[in-house]
Design a protein around this ligand. Structure first.
Ligand SMILES: [Zn+2]
Ligand SMILES: [Zn+2]
Length: 345
């Protein structure tokens, strides 16, 4: 018997959120309310160098917490599954090790911020790609917006606010290549996530304003996790279920501006089905299935190399080789969805 039946449950969440405990403007009630109003099942709040936010079930939404270890100029590291506050260290490797020491795992966040910024905020990058994090945030909404926020004159400044979603197009190729490289060299899945980096900043121009409120950010870059059993009633079990899914790459990243849900993606051997983050054995019937809500520009990658490229809504692709398979989907040049890999053995 194969362990995989076709039964699965999907839950949509947002990662990388800041609250009043660092430079965000919302508390756990406001953030969970915004999540409820936008139809999310779970959120993960991670303040800069602070671990004070509550976790639990608020407004019917599962709220988890982490900490964004935030050295001043580089190497921000999203620490998850930790049970206490951590002081950031003076090197990225030490941060990775520190999180492991207490049984947690972490993601390098906004690793490739642009050096060509036309504003006063310098980029915060991952400085040493030889330091291997447990996972990578391959797309960060606020970070990419900041990369393209041009304050040279009043028109570009206003444009960046009025047409903010045009500034966030797709993940950077160099980040995806780094992620592929790490996966090529690892037997297990090096997981990817998307982050909103939502702050809901309160500013005062002429009138007090909230820049990019939580509700608006929760309609941008999301993570849909796929579980084999439904989320439990009690919080502690739910927490384990969600963290484990994130840790093992059982999620698809998608841009809700483009589509309300990500595509259905799996590899089947004709009998059982493997979703992102899972394994399946190759046989003569093995195929990859991808259903988008509308016609998309799709690329399937195998072990980091382009395997097939097509424009379609529903695709069924025969698989004849072992490897790690993932897809990217774009619509009109905008990134729509990015899966973690399925491993065919
Ligand atoms: Zn950061
Ligand atoms: Zn952040």
């Amino acid at each position: 018997m194969n362990e995989h039946t076709n039964t699965h449950y999907k839950y949509t969440g947002v990662m990388h959120i800041h609250s009043v405990h660092s430079d965000g403007s919302g508390d756990v009630w406001q953030i969970s309310k915004a999540a409820k109003d936008t139809g999310l099942d779970w959120v993960l709040i991670s303040d800069h160098d602070n671990f004070d936010i509550e976790e639990g079930i608020f407004n019917g939404v599962t709220v988890l917490k982490g900490e964004e270890l935030s050295p001043e100029v580089s190497d921000h590291y999203l620490a998850l599954d930790i049970d206490k506050y951590l002081d950031f260290q003076d090197s990225p490797q030490k941060n990775v090790d520190l999180v492991h020491e207490i049984g947690g795992f972490g993601f390098a966040v906004h690793p490739d911020e642009s050096e060509n910024r036309k504003n006063k905020y310098p980029p915060i990058k991952w400085t040493d790609k030889n330091v291997i994090p447990d996972g990578i945030e391959i797309w960060n909404w606020f970070s990419q917006w900041g990369d393209n926020f041009d304050t040279t004159n009043v028109f570009t400044t206003v444009y960046a606010h009025l047409f903010r979603h045009r500034l966030v197009k797709k993940p950077y190729r160099q980040t995806l290549e780094w992620w592929d490289e790490l996966n090529k060299n690892s037997d297990k899945i090096i997981p990817a996530i998307a982050g909103t980096d939502a702050h809901a900043l309160k500013v005062r121009y002429v009138l007090p304003l909230v820049i990019f409120p939580y509700k608006s950010m929760f309609k941008t870059l999301l993570n849909e996790i796929c579980l084999r059993e439904p989320l439990a009633e009690d919080f502690e079990t739910r927490k384990r279920q969600i963290l484990n899914a994130v840790k093992t790459g059982k999620n698809i990243i998608f841009n809700r501006r483009i589509g309300q849900n990500p595509p259905e993606f799996f590899i089947s051997d004709g009998n059982t089905t493997a979703f992102s983050g899972e394994n399946i054995y190759l046989n003569e019937k093995t195929y990859l299935c991808l259903n988008c809500y509308k016609k998309s520009d799709i690329k399937v990658y195998k072990d980091g190399k382009e395997y097939i490229s097509l424009k379609s809504q529903e695709s069924r692709i025969k698989i004849t080789e072992t490897g790690k398979y993932r897809f990217e989907a774009e619509i009109n040049g905008f990134g729509y969805a990015y899966s973690n890999p399925v491993t065919v053995r």
